[in-house]
Design a protein around this ligand. Structure first.
Ligand SMILES: *[C@@H]1O[C@H](CO)[C@@H](O)[C@H](O)[C@H]1NC(C)=O
Ligand SMILES: *[C@@H]1O[C@H](CO)[C@@H](O)[C@H](O)[C@H]1NC(C)=O
Ligand SMILES: *[C@@H]1O[C@H](CO)[C@@H](O)[C@H](O)[C@H]1NC(C)=O
Ligand SMILES: *[C@@H]1O[C@H](CO)[C@@H](O)[C@H](O)[C@H]1NC(C)=O
Ligand SMILES: *[C@@H]1O[C@H](CO)[C@@H](O)[C@H](O)[C@H]1NC(C)=O
Ligand SMILES: *[C@@H]1O[C@H](CO)[C@@H](O)[C@H](O)[C@H]1NC(C)=O
Length: 854
C-alpha cells in the first residue's frame, strides 16, 4: 500500500514533533520537491518480515552462510503448545557460530507473532539480534522445567576471561516474557543479560507473578554495558538486578515488583524516565561498596515504601560509599530516600532543576543530603523533562515505504567490501530523501567517498550493517573528511540512523567516522540509535594486523582523525553509541600470541554544537587526545558516558599525548601544555575535556583508565600497581566553563578526577580521587559551576513556568545539612516551599549556591 502524504507529515513523523513546530518544518519543505512520502498506517505485518534479506557476510568464510533466520523455518511452534527452545537455539547456533562470531558471523533472528513455549534457555551468542515482530509482539512462555534458568540467556560463554566485558553487538527487542508457570517460590528469571557496549535491550515486557521470588532481568557474570531502555517489568521479587561496571536505564516501568532495581554492584547507575508503581522498594542500593554513583532523573515513584534505599555509613565513618543525586523525582509513598540504619534521607519529591545530593560535592565537600538549584537549559527540556526518544522501528510503516539499497534498478550496491558502493549509496539517498526508509541489509559497504545523508533520510541496518572507508579522500589529517556526513552546515531537516556500524578499512589519518551538521529546531529530529564507530579489531580491516606489533608504534597507526564530530551547526539526539578504537582483535583474543594493539585515533567525540544535544548511554574508548571534548558547546545533556584511556599510553611507553598527533587549534584540540615534557602520566588522553562551554549537564560519568602500556601481555598490571595504583594524572579537564553540572562522576586509578583551570586563566580547582569514597576508585556526586549565578534568574522563571510538578508530601525529616541563610517563599506546582538562600560560596573561581528545601 502506498499512500500519498505530505512531506510535512513525514518530517513531523520522523521528528516525532508536535504542532508548534510545524511551521519550521513547512519552511523546510518548500525548499524541496514534493514526493510520495511514507506515512503511518496500520500494517498487518512488520516491514522487516517482508523485505528481502539479501545482504552478504563477506567474512563468514562460508558462501552458503545465512545470517537471517526466521524462527518458523527452524520448527518453532507459534501456538505455544510444543517446546520451541530447540528451534530457538538451532536458529542462534546454525552455521557453527559458537565461539566463531564476533565480527564475522552475524545472525538476525526474526520471531514472528505468536506464543512460544520455552523449556530450555535461549542461549545467545555475540553478534546476534533476537528480534520479535514489532507490530504484534510475540510472547515467550517460561515452562516450569526452566526452574532458575532464564528464558533468554544473553551471555556468550565463548568470550574467554572476563567474558561478559566482551559480549558486544547483541540485541533483544520486542518480546513479552511470562514466567507465571514457574513456582512462585523459585527464583525464576526472565532474562540473563551480562553484556557490554553496543548491546540493545528494547521493548521487552517481563511478567512475573506478584509476590513471587522471580527476577525479571539478572546479570550473573557482570559486564560493561551502557544502556537498557523502553521496557516493562511486572511482579516478582526484583524487576532488574544490576551487576555491571555502569548502566543507564531509560524509560523502564516497574509495576508491583517487590524491588524495582536491585543494585548488586555497579560503579555508576543512571536511572532516567523510569516509573516505579506499587513497588515496596524502588531502587535497592543497600550493600556496602556495591553502588558507587546513582543518579535518578525525571522518574516517578508511586505508592512506594522507599524510593531509594542506600547503605548507611558504618558508625565512626563520615561518608557513605553510596553517592546519590536526584533531580526531577516525583514521589508518592512513605520516604523517597532512606538509609539501611533507618534514617530518612529525603522525604518527598525533588522538583526538576533542583538536585538533591548525598556524597562528595565540589566545592562544598561531603553532603549528607543537600539541595542545589541547578536549572535545566530550556533548550534541553520537553514539558520540564529532559527530552527522550525511543528507538524507531518504523512498525507503523508499510513495506512499500521501504527501499532496500540492494534492489535499486539504476544503482548497483554490493556490500561485499570489494566494490566501491559509495556513489550508488549516495545516489539512492538523494533519490529518496524525504520519501522512503532506506534499508541497508547486512553487509560491508565500502566507500571511497563521503556518504552524504541529506535532510529527510532514515537509514536502518540489519544486525550492524557496516559502512567502511578506503582511499585517498580520507588520508590527509590537514583536511579531515567525514565517512558519513549527516547534512551540510546550515542544512536542517530530519535524519535518523540506527543499527549501523561505521569503520575504517585501513589506516586513514584524515577520516572522521561520523559528522553531524544538520539541525532542525525540534527535539530529536536528527537522531542516532545503536550506532557503532569502530577502528580496528575486526575482520573487515587490516588495521589490527598492521598496528599490533612493537615495530608499528602508534605514530604509524594514526588510523582515523576522529570518531564523531557534532559540528557547530548541529543538533542531535544520540542513544546507545559506542566509539571504539580496538585494544584487541575481536576474533583473535583467545590467541595469547596476538600482540596488543597500538592504534592511535586522534579524537573521540568532538562536540561543538550550541543547539541542543542529548547523548544517552554513550561510550568512547582509547582515543589519543580525548574521548569526549566539548569545545565552544552549549546546551548539552548526557546521561551515562563511559570512557577508557588508550592502553598503550602511560609511564614508560613510547608515545605520550598529544603525540603522535599535533594539536590543532582549528579543531579545539587540547595541548597538554600543562604537563611537563616527560610526564607520561599527565600526558594521557582526557576522558572529557570541556572548554569555552556552557549549559552542560552530565549525569553519570564512568571514566576508567588502565595499564601503563601493554608490553607485559594483554592483561598484566591493569591497575598500574607498578606506579602506585595510579595510571594517569587527570581525567576531566575543564577551562572556561559556565553552568556546567557534572553529577555522579566516577573515576579509577587516577590522581585528579577533575583538573579545572578556572575561567580567564584563574587558578581553578583540582579534585583528587583520594578520599572520595565509592565506585571503582572515587566518586564525586556533584561538581557544579555557577549554581548561584543561575539561581535567582531561575527562581523568577520558575514562577512563570510553575515548575516542580511534584505532588508529594514534603515531610522531609532530615533533608539537608547545615544551617543559616534567609528564607524565601516561592510558589510551585505542588504547593509552597521555603527556599533558604544566602549560601553563595566563592572557592577558587567557582561560584556555588546551596539551597535547602524544607
Ligand atoms: C506438536 O507436537 C506434536 C507431537 O510431536 C505434533 O504432532 C504436532 O504437530 C506439533 N504441533 C505443532 C503446532 O508443531
Ligand atoms: C501470564 O501467564 C499466566 C499463566 O499462564 C496468565 O494467566 C497471564 O494472563 C499471563 N500474563 C500476561 C501478561 O500475558
Ligand atoms: C517507553 O517504553 C514503552 C514500552 O516499550 C513504550 O511503549 C513507550 O513509547 C516509551 N516511551 C517513550 C517516551 O519513549
Ligand atoms: C543556557 O540556558 C539558559 C536557561 O535556559 C538560557 O537562558 C541561555 O540562553 C542558555 N545559554 C546558551 C548559550 O544557549
Ligand atoms: C572557540 O571559541 C573561541 C572564542 O570565541 C575561538 O577563539 C576559537 O577559535 C573557537 N574554536 C574553534 C575550534 O572554532
Ligand atoms: C595560583 O597558583 C600559583 C602557582 O601555584 C600560586 O603561586 C598562587 O598563589 C595561586 N593564586 C591563588 C589566588 O591561589
Amino acid at each position: 500500500m502506498m499512500a500519498r502524504h505530505s512531506l510535512v507529515h513525514t518530517l513531523l513523523l520522523a521528528a516525532g514533533v508536535t504542532g508548534n513546530l510545524q511551521q519550521s518544518a513547512e519552511a523546510e519543505i518548500h525548499r524541496r520537491e514534493a514526493c510520495p512520502a511514507p506515512a503511518a498506517g496500520a500494517p498487518k505485518m512488520w516491514w522487516r518480515a517482508e523485505v528481502a534479506h539479501n545482504g552478504v557476510t563477506p567474512y563468514s568464510t562460508d558462501s552458503a552462510y545465512q545470517y537471517y533466520r526466521n524462527m518458523l523455518s527452524y520448527g518453532a511452534d507459534d501456538t505455544g503448545v510444543n517446546d520451541s527452545s530447540k528451534a530457538f537455539n538451532d536458529a542462534v547456533h546454525a552455521w557453527q557460530r559458537a565461539g566463531n562470531t564476533v565480527s564475522t558471523r552475524p545472525a538476525y533472528i526474526y520471531v514472528p507473532p505468536g506464543t512460544y513455549l520455552i523449556k530450555e534457555p535461549i542461549q545467545l551468542l555475540v553478534y546476534t539480534f533476537l528480534v520479535g515482530d514489532a507490530v504484534n509482539i510475540p510472547t515467550l512462555i517460561a515452562d516450569s522445567s526452566l526452574n532458575t534458568e532464564p528464558v533468554i540467556h544473553g551471555y556468550d560463554l565463548y568470550q574467554g576471561e572476563n567474558g561478559a566485558t566482551k559480549n558486544f553487538y547483541m540485541a533483544v527487542r520486542n518480546f513479552r516474557i511470562n514466567t507465571s508457570r514457574i513456582s512462585r517460590h523459585v527464583q525464576a528469571r526472565g532474562m540473563e543479560w551480562s553484556v557490554s557496549q553496543s548491546c540493545s535491550l528494547v521493548n521487552v515486557h517481563v511478567t512475573m507473578p506478584v509476590g513471587s521470588a522471580h527476577v525479571g532481568i539478572s546479570m550473573s557474570y557482570g559486564g560493561s554495558a551502557s544502556l537498557m531502555s523502553d521496557s516493562i517489568l511486572t511482579g516478582g521479587a526484583i524487576g532488574l538486578q544490576i551487576a555491571s561496571q555502569q548502566y543507564l536505564v531509560k524509560n523502564l516501568t516497574f509495576t508491583s515488583c517487590a524491588t524495582g532495581i536491585y543494585i548488586k554492584w555497579s560503579h555508576v547507575t543512571t536511572v532516567q524516565n523510569c516509573h516505579f508503581l506499587s513497588c515496596t522498594t524502588g531502587i535497592d542500593a543497600a550493600r556496602e561498596g556495591s553502588a558507587g554513583a546513582i543518579s535518578v532523573i525525571d522518574s516517578i515513584f508511586d505508592q512506594a515504601g522507599v524510593g531509594v534505599l542506600v547503605y548507611a555509613p558504618s558508625s565512626g565513618s563520615t561518608q557513605s560509599s553510596v553517592s546519590l543525586v536526584m533531580d526531577g523525582v516525583e514521589f508518592r509513598g512513605a520516604n523517597l530516600a532512606k538509609a539501611t540504619d533507618g534514617r530518612v534521607l529525603r522525604g518527598g519529591s525533588v522538583p526538576q532543576g533542583q538536585s538533591w545530593v548525598l556524597g562528595n560535592t565540589e566545592p562544598d565537600g561531603y553532603q549528607g543530603g543537600a539541595m542545589y538549584v541547578a536549572p535545566r537549559a530550556r533548550a534541553l527540556v520537553d514539558r520540564g523533562k529532559y527530552f527522550v526518544k525511543a528507538l524507531p522501528q518504523y512498525e507503523e510503516w508499510d513495506v512499500g515505504m521501504v527501499v532496500n539499497v540492494k534492489e535499486d534498478p539504476e544503482f548497483r550496491v554490493w556490500g561485499d567490501n570489494l566494490h566501491n558502493d559509495g556513489p550508488s549509496i549516495n545516489a539512492i539517498l538523494r533519490k529518496h530523501a524525504g520519501c522512503k526508509l532506506i534499508f541497508l541489509p547486512q553487509g560491508v559497504y565500502q566507500t571511497l567517498e563521503t556518504i552524504y545523508v541529506p535532510p529527510g533520510s532514515r537509514l536502518v541496518g540489519e544486525v550492524f550493517s557496516t559502512i567502511t572507508a578506503l582511499g585517498d579522500h580520507f588520508t590527509n589529517p590537514a583536511s579531515p573528511q567525514p565517512i558519513v556526513q549527516v547534512g551540510r552546515p546550515g542544512e536542517s531537516g530530519a535524519a535518523q540512523l540506527s543499527d549501523i556500524l561505521i569503520s575504517v578499512g585501513d589506516v586513514l589519518p584524515g577520516a572522521i567516522l561520523l559528522q553531524i551538521n544538520m539541525a532542525l529546531p525540534s527535539p530529536g529530529s536528527v537522531s542516532l540509535f545503536n550506532v557503532v564507530l569502530r577502528v580496528g579489531g575486526s575482520a573487515d580491516t587490516p588495521i589490527n594486523t598492521k598496528c599490533s606489533s612493537p615495530s608499528t608504534p602508534p605514530s604509524t597507526c594514526k588510523a582515523a582523525f576522529a570518531l564523531l564530530h557534532l559540528a557547530p551547526s548541529s543538533s542531535a539526539y544520540l542513544e546507545g553509541i559506542w566509539g571504539w578504537v580496538a585494544d584487541h582483535g575481536l576474533d583473535t583474543f583467545l590467541d595469547p600470541s596476538t600482540p596488543p594493539q597500538n592504534i592511535a585515533v586522534g579524537r573521540g567525540a568532538l562536540i561543538q554544537s550550541t543547539s541542543p544535544v542529548w547523548m544517552l548511554g554513550t561510550s568512547f574508548e582509547h582515543c589519543v587526545l580525548y574521548q569526549y571534548s566539548l569545545h565552544n558547546a552549549s546546551n548539552v545533556y548526557m546521561a551515562l558516558q563511559q570512557t577508557e584511556s588508550p592502553y598503550w599510553q602511560g609511564a614508560g611507553t613510547l608515545s605520550s599525548a598529544p603525540s603522535p598527533w599535533v594539536p590543532n587549534a582549528a579543531h579545539g584540540d587540547p595541548t597538554f601544555e600543562h604537563c611537563l615534557p616527560d610526564d607520561a602520566h599527565c600526558r594521557r588522553a582526557w576522558a572529557m575535556s570541556i572548554s569555552h562551554s556552557d549549559n552542560i549537564t552530565v549525569h553519570g560519568s564512568a571514566l576508567w583508565t588502565f595499564f601503563n602500556g601493554m608490553r607485559d601481555g594483554l592483561l598484566a598490571d591493569a591497575n598500574c600497581m607498578a606506579t602506585g595504583g595510579i595510571c594517569q594524572t587527570s581525567l576531566v579537564g575543564i577551562s572556561d566553563a559556565a553552568s556546567t553540572y557534572l553529577y555522579g562522576l566516577a573515576t579509577r586509578a587516577v590522581e585528579n578526577m577533575v583538573w579545572d583551570a578556572g575561567n580567564g586563566g584563574g587558578n581553578g580547582t583540582v579534585v583528587k580521587q583520594d578520599g572520595k569514597k565509592g565506585g571503582w576508585g572515587g566518586v564525586v556526586v556533584a561538581y557544579l559551576r555557577d549554581v548561584e549565578a543561575r539561581r535567582e534568574e531561575e527562581e523568577e522563571e520558575g514562577k512563570d513556568r510553575g515548575d516542580g510538578d511534584d505532588g508529594g508530601e514534603m515531610d522531609d525529616e532530615n533533608g539537608g545539612e547545615g544551617e543559616g541563610g534567609e528564607e524565601d517563599v516561592k510558589e510551585n506546582g505542588g504547593g509552597r516551599e521555603r527556599v533558604r538562600t544566602g549560601w553563595g560560596l566563592l572557592v577558587g573561581g567557582l561560584v556555588m549556591g546551596v539551597v535547602d528545601l524544607l
